[in-house]
Design a protein around this ligand. Structure first.
Ligand code: PEP
Ligand code: MN
Length: 338
């Protein structure tokens, strides 16, 4: 349910509605808007009838929110959400580029990437310190030492840091380092992790589970929003299909439905989405054309020596060319790359 207040409703009237909702054992989410305040209601309302709120002073109407994800839905929150992370503003109007090596490999490697990105006006560096690897014999990441290197890269260059958290025990350390915390595809439905990350005080990049439906994805986002974290960015990274010409199938067709059903920004990840560096530029441009709010792409000074995901990683020159072609497409679309 959404309680829409009259545009002249006073703060006291809003507070009275919030109190009445809480007395019903439900949660109230006041959302001040340009013309009027709306108050979202979440919780299990099967035993109470929120329609009794209709008679309270200042209330204009009650709207039923039909989607199972309430706070993530556009019904509850018609305006697009803009998420600020570091110097980036992720949302309509811009096309945010997040880039970096798959893994933190060494201080000199990461610093080189950070400097390159800053020189091209990129505000967010993404690299994993904790790596979810299919094989236990593959490089597992530099873990806490990797976080330390990420912190130093930010100190030296001013770039914002995005890095993945895999486990509830890592949340505090990752949140201390990161400007934005990534939840990977394999953890999209790790509900304990979602609940813990909801309270970590950092924006969250929530990747789509590799076999998740749109509803399941938005319900995962709902865990973060219901836990009090309003700064959620979705990231489409490819799903499992029968095709074997790419690592995953980058489902760009999910961008318009996400935009229709939710107010949250959505990025695309053509690196994991294709698994091949030669396919990354075309799919990046396609993501921009499809209406995504940005891109997460793997970049490394020498992808042939990368400790993970080298085959899908661009070198600096390829990344430069990609930025130039994104810029040419962004201009007619009235979007700014940043
Ligand atoms: C990554 O971003 O490096 C990663 C492991 O991604 P995903 O969770 O999409 O596989
Ligand atoms: Mn990777």
């Amino acid at each position: 349910m959404l309680v829409v207040m009259q545009h002249q409703a006073t703060e006291e009237e809003v507070a009275q509605v919030v109190q009445a909702i809480e007395q019903m054992g439900l949660d109230a989410h006041p959302m001040p808007g340009p013309t009027r305040t709306a108050i979202g209601i979440t919780g299990n309302s099967s035993s109470v009838d929120p329609r009794s709120l209709e008679v309270l002073p200042g209330v204009r109407e009650l709207i039923r929110v039909t989607q199972p994800y309430k706070l993530a839905s556009r019904e509850m929150h018609p305006e697009d959400t803009i998420v600020e992370a570091g110097k980036a503003r992720i949302g309509p109007g811009s096309f945010t580029v997040i880039a970096g090596p798959c893994s933190v490999e060494s201080e000199s490697n990461l610093l080189g990437v950070a400097e390159q990105l800053v020189s091209r006006g990129v505000h967010l560096l993404r690299a994993g310190a904790f790596k979810p690897r299919t094989s236990p014999y593959s490089f597992q990441g530099m873990e806490h030492e990797g976080l330390e290197i990420l912190r130093r890269a930010r100190e030296k260059t001013g770039i914002g840091i995005v890095t993945e958290v895999m486990d509830t025990e890592q949340v505090d350390a990752v949140a201390e380092t990161a400007d934005m915390v990534q939840i990977g595809t394999r953890n999209m439905q790790n509900f304990s992790l979602l609940k813990k990350v909801a309270g970590c005080g950092r924006p969250v990049l929530l990747k789509r589970g590799m076999s998740a439906t749109l509803d399941e994805w938005l319900m995962a986002a709902e865990y973060l929003l219901a836990g009090g974290n309003k700064n959620v960015v979705l990231c489409e990274r490819g799903v499992r299909t029968f095709t074997d010409h790419t690592r995953n199938t980058l489902d760009l067709s999910i961008v318009p439905p996400v935009k229709e059903k939710s107010h949250l920004p959505i990025l695309i990840d053509p690196s994991h989405g294709t698994g091949r560096r030669s396919y990354v530029p075309a799919m990046s441009l396609a993501g921009l054309a499809a209406g995504a709010d940005g891109l997460m792409v793997e970049v490394h000074p020498d992808p042939s020596t990368a400790l993970s995901d080298g085959a899908q990683t661009l070198d600096f020159e390829e990344f430069d060319r990609l930025l130039d072609s994104l810029q040419s497409l962004a201009n007619p679309l009235q979007r700014s790359i940043g």
